[in-house]
Design a protein around this ligand. Structure first.
Ligand code: ADP
Length: 479
């Protein structure tokens, strides 16, 4: 039996992206359609930027009226097919014809409208999904409405948590002002006296997933659960982690046009990229000095307080460090100041630059990612593709994708440390310098990196199995 699945999300490449959510929603449907017996379509809000960039391809299907409290708002449903995947868009000029994606005072109301529109659109679309799969808080209410309104009989629901920190919280008054549900349903939407869109998704979904098995465990604890751990413990039987993949064609050092020298396994060619970067960024050109790179949003989540505490000490060693990032002023200033103190050792490039990022993944020997928490993480997967050794804290997807190098049996594709402690990071950084200079061990770790591939095929297969688990015959086959 072929499953039909509708993804509900607030962002998706190539239409609109602010983070990793867009990559997942952008990559999975194609793989599911091509390789698994699952037809996935996607429904998104029609933001201003999508109208501007895709108007030639957008085809209007119909317009419907959607209740938002006492008002009826018009939702125009459009469609287009891109790269073999069918996309639907919910248009409403008042809510979505604005630039950018989030950050408006009425984001809560915008996504209440979006989720209501998705559920009402199910009546008029010629696509009747077996599974409604919603992503993150912006789509969480679609799960709640699907469960309460039952637009399609037997419709199953999956809710995926990409980052539990962002929950979509509204004052409780909004229940009467913006929802059209009987009062008995407030309990499923409420958390700690407020309405919480992520909690609504978790509460109402048949199955809940998150983007790595370790994060699935972590979010059941107070430290990582951002206050939602009790409900995740309640629902733990239905909660699982499926690791994200990386687009192996897109991130391929053999074909990446940004690189100074393309390579597959050649260390000599990789070194040419390093020397070119050193020259371009004004560092002493030396192919043998270990080069550490960090490419990130400069926010607390990424473990930057640990680096702040030890960077001066680490730069006493014969190493070089390049930071590419943009974000909070505290960190931007810190790294700019560190460059002043260590002009021959550290370069801080404050900004967002995709081309430079690719060059750095290729140039680096090590990629540093000491995150406080990391639901999955894409950067360490890209680093592995560019044969760059990740150095990570053992949390979330970092723990699931990077195995610490073991000098006794030669296993492991990176370096890692456990506690959120700056001197543990310093210790592992120094250990990595030691291994870098030991030819045998260095070549063992590189061999392991060459075998580390995290493709979307594996993730797609796991999602397909999850959808199949709703089919009663699947259970019979297994038990
Ligand atoms: P998150 O989604 O939490 O920001 P991920 O590791 O999942 O972290 O993905 C981050 C992506 O954004 C990676 O592809 C990384 O290379 C890219 N990136 C982050 N900061 C920059 C930057 N300043 N310039 C270019 N690319 C960046």
């Amino acid at each position: 039996m072929e499953n039909k699945v509708l993804f509900v999300a607030s962002e998706c490449t190539p239409f609109v992206k602010t983070g990793g959510l867009a990559d997942v929603v952008g990559a999975l449907p194609k793989v599911m359609n091509d390789k698994e017996k699952t037809e996935v379509r996607v429904i998104l809000p029609l933001y201003r930027d999508i109208i501007d960039n895709w108007k030639e391809q957008l085809e209007w299907i119909t317009s419907i009226y959607v209740p938002v409290g006492w008002r009826n708002q018009e939702a125009s449903i459009y469609q287009l097919t891109h790269n073999g995947v069918h996309y639907y868009f919910v248009g409403n000029d008042y809510y979505f014809a604005r630039h950018g994606v989030y950050g408006y005072y009425d984001d809560g109301e915008r996504f209440i409208f979006f989720c209501q529109a998705v559920i009402h659109a199910l009546d008029v679309l010629d696509f009747k999904p077996d599974v409604l799969h919603a992503h993150d808080w912006q789509a969480g209410l679609a799960i709640a409405f699907a469960n309460i309104i039952e637009p399609i009989k037997e419709l199953k629901t999956v809710f995926t948590i990409h980052n539990i920190k962002y929950q979509g919280i509204l004052f409780k008054d909004a229940f009467h002002e913006l929802f059209n549900l009987p009062a008995e349903h407030i309990g499923g939407l409420e958390w700690n006296g407020l309405l919480n869109c992520m909690k609504a998704g978790i509460f109402h979904a048949d199955k809940i997933t998150t983007v790595s098995p370790t994060y699935a465990e972590e979010i059941k604890t107070p430290y990582y659960g951002e206050g939602l751990h009790p409900i995740l413990i309640d629902r733990q039987e239905d909660l699982s982690g499926i690791i994200n993949g990386v687009d192996l064609d897109e991130y391929n050092p053999m074909t990446d046009p940004n690189l100074f020298s393309n390579y597959k396994y050649s260390r000599i060619k990789k070194k040419e990229n390093k020397q070119h970067m050193q020259e371009t960024l004004g560092l002493p050109v030396d192919g043998d000095v270990p080069l550490y790179v960090i490419i990130t949003r400069l926010v607390e989540q990424k473990g930057l307080h640990l680096l702040q505490a030890i960077i001066d000490e680490f730069l006493q060693d014969d190493v070089q460090f390049i930071v590419l990032g943009t974000g909070e002023e505290e960190f931007e200033n810190f790294f700019s100041d560190a460059q002043q103190r260590h002009p021959d050792k550290l370069v801080a490039y404050i900004g967002f630059d995709e081309g430079l990022a690719r060059k750095l993944y290729a140039a680096a020997d090590f990629f540093v990612m000491p995150s406080l928490f990391e639901p999955c993480g894409l950067s360490q997967l890209i680093a592995l593709q560019y044969k760059t050794i990740p150095i990570v804290r053992e949390t979330g997807g970092l723990k699931d994708t990077v195995t610490p190098f073991n000098e006794h049996d030669g296993c492991g594709n990176g370096f890692s440390f456990t506690n959120y402690n700056a001197h543990e990071l310093l210790h592992v950084l120094r250990y990595s310098v030691t291994i870098y200079h030991q030819a045998d061990r260095w070549s063992s770790i590189l061999k392991n990196v060459n075998k580390s591939h995290y493709s979307w095929d594996d993730s797609a297969h796991d999602y397909a199995k999850l959808y199949q688990s709703f089919d009663p015959s699947f259970h019979k086959a297994f038990y």
